[in-house]
Write a protein that binds this ligand. Structure first.
Ligand SMILES: [Zn+2]
Length: 74
């Protein structure tokens, strides 16, 4: 863990980002950039990109719930 701490210290990076870290475009292209909108508290992304980033998790949960309900119904 101390290696990571030093890394952050050296690069003057904090754990909390004040601007959205969502990558936009292709990293190979020169117009590649980050969204840089205001982030949600404790999240590296803005509201819009949190919705996108965490949708899979939510969908998985929903799918599990649906399976449970189906089993109960059967
Ligand atoms: Zn964003």
């Amino acid at each position: 863990m101390s290696i990571i701490k030093n890394y952050f210290k050296q690069n003057r990076v904090t754990h909390t980002f004040s601007s959205c870290q969502w990558p936009i475009g292709d990293p190979q292209e020169k117009d590649f950039h980050f969204c840089e909108a205001d982030t949600l508290t404790g999240k590296p992304y803005c509201q819009d990109h949190c919705d996108v980033a965490y949708i899979d998790e939510r969908e998985l949960k929903k799918e599990k719930e649906a399976q449970k309900n189906r089993r109960i119904a059967a």
